[in-house]
Ligand binder design. Structure first.
Ligand SMILES: Nc1nc2c(c(=O)[nH]1)N[C@H]1C(S)=C(S)[C@@H](COP(=O)(O)OP(=O)(O)OC[C@H]3O[C@@H](n4cnc5c(=O)[nH]c(N)nc54)[C@H](O)[C@@H]3O)O[C@H]1N2
Ligand SMILES: Nc1nc2c(c(=O)[nH]1)N[C@H]1C(S)=C(S)[C@@H](COP(=O)(O)OP(=O)(O)OC[C@H]3O[C@@H](n4cnc5c(=O)[nH]c(N)nc54)[C@H](O)[C@@H]3O)O[C@H]1N2
Ligand code: SF4
Ligand SMILES: [Mo]
Length: 741
C-alpha cells in the first residue's frame, strides 16, 4: 500500500517540511511540503542536502542493530547484540560504577542541534549527575547568559523591511551557515537602499561583499570595537536619552567607562578604518537597528562575556531593545519549558555540589543559574538548566585523567563526534581510552563511536517526530511527525534513555511510552493536540514589542526582569560572580608557548593568528563528507589566507601547510581568500568516512587534517568556562608530505 505522509528533514535547524511516499513501511520518495512551515522555495533551492535524506535513511554505513565491542577498545571488532542484552548490561554497569564512585561518575557529551537533548538530560538528572558536556559554552550560551543578565531575557533580531534602518551582521556568516532563507533576506538588505548593511568579520565573506561597511576586525577585539562605537554614540549625544533615562541602569558609569575608547585608539587596536568605525557607530544610533551575532564572537576566550555585554549596551543606549525593527524579547513558552522536561530540579543539593564548574566558572553552574533564575522568574521565565550549567570539558577530562575530585568513569556520547569537534583531540582521545564504559548513540560508526563499548543505533529524521524548540527560550516549536517506524532495530534517543531509565528505577519519570506521546504532553498546556500540531507544523506566538511598558501586578509598568528592573548597562549581578560590572576587553588565548615560537621562527616558520571552523556548505562539522557529489566540489580541508600572507609565508595555492601548536599538528591544502592579511582560517571536522568503518590507529584519518588536534579546552575564561576556536595562534610552515585528500 502506498501512502503520503507528512514528515521533516533534520539535516539542519530549519527542519523543513516534506511529504514522504511510503510503501510497506519504507520511504520511496520525498517532496517538499508547501502546506507546512517552514516551506520556502528559496531554502529548498539553496539547500544541497535534503536530497540525501533517502540515502541516509538506508545508507549501508548506518548502524542498524546494537553493537558491542568485541576486541580491544578501538580495534574495530564488533558483535551484534539484542537491545535487552545491551541495555541490561549498560544499566548494570552504570549502577555498579555509581555505587563505587557516586553519581557524578557518569558524564555525557552532546553536539549541535541534531536531536532533542532533553531525554539524555532527563536521564542524567535522574541518575544524579551534573556532568553533561556540550558545545553550549562556545555556541549560544554566552549570548543567552548576557542577554538574560542585561535585559532579563533573550532577544532575537527583528528585521522589518521599511522599518529597520540598519542591519549589523557581527561574527556570523549566514551565507554559509544558514541554508539560505535568512541569507536571502540579508541579500535583499544588501540590494536595498532603505537599509544599511554592516559586516563585522575578519574575512571578506559573502556578507562583507554586499555590505555598505565591512569592519575587518582583528579576531577577538570585538569588545573594544563595541566600546569604541559606544564612545562615538555617547560622545556625540546620539544615544536615545529618553529611553536611557527611564529604562537603563548605570548610564553615567558606562559613559565614563567608554571615554578612553577614542576612534583612533580603537581603530588601531581592532585594525579597522577609523572613518568606517565612526560611520558604523553613527548608523547604529540613527534609527531602528537590528543585529545578529554568531559563533565568531562566541569562541574568543576571555572576551566572550564582555563582547556580548558591550553589544547589549549598544542595543540599549540606542533604544534598540524590544522595539519593532530592532530586536524583540522572546516570551516564555506556553508549552512545558525545557527545564521541566529535562527534570533539572531532580538533582539533589548533594548532586548539584558535584558540579565541577562551581567556583571555577561561577556563572555556568548552579550558583550562577539560581542567581539568574531569581531574576528571570520575576516575569515567569526560566532558562534550560542543563545547557546553562553544562560542565567544562577541561574539568571533566581532568576528572577522567586523575580521578580528582572524583572518578569520572563512564560516558554517554549523543549526536556528537568529539574526536573531531571537541577541542584538543589528543587529550580527548587519551582520556576516553581510559574510561570503563563508553556508550555512543549515532547513525554511524564515527571515529568517536569507534572507541565505544556500545554503539546504539539511532532513529533519525523521518523515522522520528520533531518538536524543535531551541532550548525553549521562545514561544516557538516546530517540526512534525515521523513518516515511518524506525528502520531495522533503530530506536529514537527518547526510547533509549527511557529504556535505560526504567532499568535504573526512573519509571515514574518516564510516563510517556514514546517520543510522540512525550511531545504531545509537552504541547498540552497550549491547548493543541498532537494532530493539530502535525497538520500545521509550528506552534508560534509572535512576541509583542515593548513589553516593559505592560502593567505589572502593582499596575505600574513591569520593566525588565533584572535586579534593578531596568536594562543593566552596569551589571549588578555579574560582580557577585566575579564578573565585570562594565565590559572590558580580555587577553587572547595563546596555544603556542614562547619556546615553540622561538624554535619555529629559528627554522623559518611563522607565528600567526588563526580562526577555525568557519562554516561551509554543503558540509556540517564532521558530517556528509562521504557524499561524492559534495566532495567533487570540495575535495578536502584547506587553510585560507590572503595573497599577501601567502607571499610573506612563501606559500602558494595548492601547497601543503603544516600547522603546529603546543597541542599538536595538522596539515592542510593552502587556498587564497580575501581576508585580513594577518589571519589564517582553517577548516574543521575533516576525516575519511568513505574509507569504511574507522578503527585504530588512524580512526578514519583523524590525525591528518583535524584542526582540533591544535586547539585547547583549558579553562581560561572564568565566568562561563568557554574555550576558544577563534582568536588563537599557531605556527605555520610548508610541508613536503602529500595529503590523502
Ligand atoms: N575547531 C572548531 N571546533 C568546533 C567548532 C568550530 O567552529 N571550530 N564549532 C563547535 C560547534 S559551534 C559545534 S555545534 C560543534 C558541532 O559538533 P558535533 O555536533 O559533534 O558535529 P557533527 O559532525 O555535526 O556531529 C554530529 C554527529 O551526530 C550524529 N547525529 C546526527 N543526527 C543525530 C541524531 O538525531 N541522533 C543521534 N544520536 N546522532 C545524530 C552524526 O552522525 C554525527 O556523527 O563543533 C564545535 N567544534
Ligand atoms: N554549512 C554549515 N552550516 C552550519 C554548521 C556547519 O557545520 N556547516 N554548523 C551549525 C552550527 S552548530 C552553528 S553554531 C552555526 C554557526 O554559524 P555562524 O555563527 O554563522 O558561524 P560561521 O559560519 O563559522 O561564521 C562565523 C564568522 O565569524 C567570523 N569570525 C571568526 N572570529 C571572529 C572574531 O573574532 N570576530 C568577529 N567579528 N568575527 C569572527 C568568521 O570569519 C566567520 O565568518 O552554523 C550552523 N550551520
Ligand atoms: S538541510 Fe536544512 S534547509 Fe535543507 S531541507 Fe533539510 S532542514 Fe531544510
Ligand atoms: Mo554550534
Amino acid at each position: 500500500m502506498t501512502e503520503i505522509k507528512p514528515t521533516n528533514c533534520h539535516f539542519c535547524g530549519y527542519c523543513c517540511a516534506f511529504l514522504a511516499t511510503v510503501e510497506d513501511g519504507r520511504v520511496i520518495d520525498l517532496k517538499p511540503d508547501p502546506t507546512r512551515y517552514p516551506y520556502d522555495e528559496r531554502i529548498l533551492a539553496g539547500c544541497r542536502r535534503w536530497r540525501m535524506n533517502l540515502d541516509v535513511l538506508d545508507s549501508p554505513r548506518r548502524v542498524n542493530y546494537p553493537l558491542r565491542r568485541a576486541g580491544e577498545r578501538g580495534s574495530g571488532e564488533w558483535e551484534r547484540v539484542s537491545w535487552d542484552e545491551a541495555l541490561d548490561d549498560i544499566a548494570d554497569r552504570l549502577a555498579d560504577l555509581r555505587e563505587q564512585h557516586g553519581p557524578g561518575t557518569l558524564a555525557s557529551m552532546i553536539g549541535g542541534p541534531h536531536a532533542s537533548f532533553w531525554p539524555l538530560h532527563r536521564f542524567m538528572s535522574l541518575f544524579g549527575s551534573p556532568n553533561n558536556m556540550g558545545i553550549g559554552q562556545i555556541c549560544w550560551n554566552p549570548r543567552i547568559w548576557m542577554d538574560a543578565i542585561t535585559f532579563g531575557w533573550t532577544v532575537e533580531a527583528d528585521i522589518v523591511p521599511g522599518l529597520t534602518q540598519a542591519l549589523f551582521i557581527w561574527g556570523t556568516n549566514p551565507a554559509q551557515s544558514d541554508n539560505s532563507a535568512f541569507w536571502q533576506t540579508i541579500r535583499a538588505v544588501g540590494e536595498s537602499d532603505q537599509m544599511t548593511l554592516v559586516c563585522v568579520d575578519p574575512r571578506y565573506t559573502q556578507i562583507a561583499a554586499i555590505a555598505d561597511i565591512w569592519l575587518p576586525v582583528k579576531p577577538g577585539t570585538d569588545c573594544t570595537l563595541a566600546l569604541g562605537m559606544l564612545h562615538v554614540i555617547i560622545g556625540e549625544g546620539l544615544h536615545d536619552a529618553a529611553f536611557v533615562d527611564e529604562w537603563c541602569h548605570g548610564f553615567d558609569e558606562l559613559a565614563e567607562h567608554v571615554k578612553p575608547f577614542t576612534p583612533s585608539y580603537v581603530a588601531e587596536f581592532c585594525g579597522v578604518d577609523e572613518g568606517d568605525l565612526v560611520r558604523a557607530a553613527r548608523l547604529f544610533a540613527a534609527g531602528r537597528t537590528a543585529l545578529v551575532s554568531g559563533r565568531g564572537i562566541d569562541q574568543v576566550g576571555e572576551s566572550v562575556a564582555p563582547t556580548h555585554r558591550a553589544i547589549c549596551c549598544l542595543r540599549a543606549v540606542t533604544g534598540n531593545v524590544d522595539r519593532q525593527g530592532s530586536c524583540i524579547l522572546a516570551e516564555a513558552s506556553d508549552f512545558v519549558p525545557e527545564v521541566d522536561f529535562e527534570m533539572s530540579d531532580a538533582l539533589t543539593p548533594e548532586q548539584r555540589a558535584l558540579c565541577l564548574n562551581e567556583g571555577v566558572a561561577p556563572l555556568q553552574c548552579f550558583t550562577g543559574y539560581e542567581l539568574v533564575r531569581a531574576q528571570t522568574e520575576k516575569l515567569g521565565r526560566r532558562l534550560p538548566m542543563r545547557y546553562m550549567t553544562s560542565a567544562s570539558p577541561d574539568l571533566v577530562l581532568h576528572a577522567m585523567e586523575t580521578g580528582e575530585p572524583y572518578r569520572v568513569s563512564a560516558l554517554i556520547v549523543n549526536a556528537t563526534n568529539p574526536l573531531l569537534t571537541y577541542a584538543d583531540t589528543n587529550r580527548v582521545y587519551k582520556a576516553l581510552m581510559g574510561l570503563s564504559l563508553i556508550v555512543v548513540l549515532d547513525y554511524y560508526i564515527t571515529p568517536s563511536a569507534a572507541i565505544a563499548d556500545y554503539v546504539l543505533p539511532c532513529a533519525g529524521a523521518i523515522e522520528r517526530p520533531i518538536f524543535q524548540i531551541h532550548g525553549g527560550v521562545a514561544n516557538t516549536g516546530y517540526g512534525g511527525p515521523a513518516a515511518v517506524a524506525p528502520y531495522y532495530e533503530r530506536k529514537t534517543d527518547y526510547d533509549i534513555f527511557r529504556a535505560l531509565g526504567l532499568r535504573l528505577g526512573q519509571a515514574e519519570s518516564w510516563p510517556e511510552e514514546s517520543l510522540a506521546e512525550a511531545f504531545a504532553a509537552q504541547l498540552a498546556p497550549t491547548g493543541w493536540d498532537w494532530d493539530d500540531y502535525c497538520r500545521i507544523g509550528i506552534y508560534h506566538v509572535p512576541p509583542e514589542p515593548e513589553k516593559h511598558l505592560l502593567p505589572g501586578a502593582d499596575g505600574q509598568p513591569r520593566g525588565f526582569a533584572t535586579t534593578t528592573g531596568k536594562i543593566e548597562l552596569a551589571s549588578e549581578l555579574l560582580p557577585k560572580l566575579g564578573g565585570q560590572r562594565l565590559p572590558e576587553q580580555g587577553p587572547f588565548m595563546r596555544l603556542c608557548s614562547p619556546a615553540l615560537v622561538a624554535a619555529a621562527e629559528a627554522r623559518g616558520a611563522h607565528h600567526v593568528q588563526m580562526l577555525t571552523g568557519s562554516r561551509k556548505q554543503p558540509f556540517n562539522a564532521s558530517m556528509y563528507l562521504e557524499n561524492p557529489k559534495f566532495r567533487a566540489g570540495t575535495p578536502g580541508p584547506v587553510v585560507e589566507m590572503s595573497q599577501k600572507m601567502a607571499d610573506d609565508l612563501g606559500l602558494a595555492s595548492g601547497d601543503v601547510a603544516l600547522l603546529t601548536t603546543d597541542k599538536g599538528q595538522a596539515r592542510f591544502t593552502v587556498a587564497i581568500a580575501r581576508m585580513r592579511d594577518d589571519v589564517i582560517n582553517v577548516d574543521y571536522g575533516w576525516w575519511h568516512p568513505e574509507n569504511g568503518v574507522p578503527s585504530a590507529p588512524d580512526f578514519g584519518g583523524i590525525w591528518e587534517s583535524n584542526v582540533n588536534t591544535l586547539t585547547s579546552c583549558a579553562l581560561q575564561e572564568h565566568l562561563i568556562g568557554t574555550w576558544a576556536y577563534n582568536a588563537i595562534d599557531c605556527i605555520i610552515e610548508k610541508s613536503d608530505e602529500p595529503l590523502t585528500w
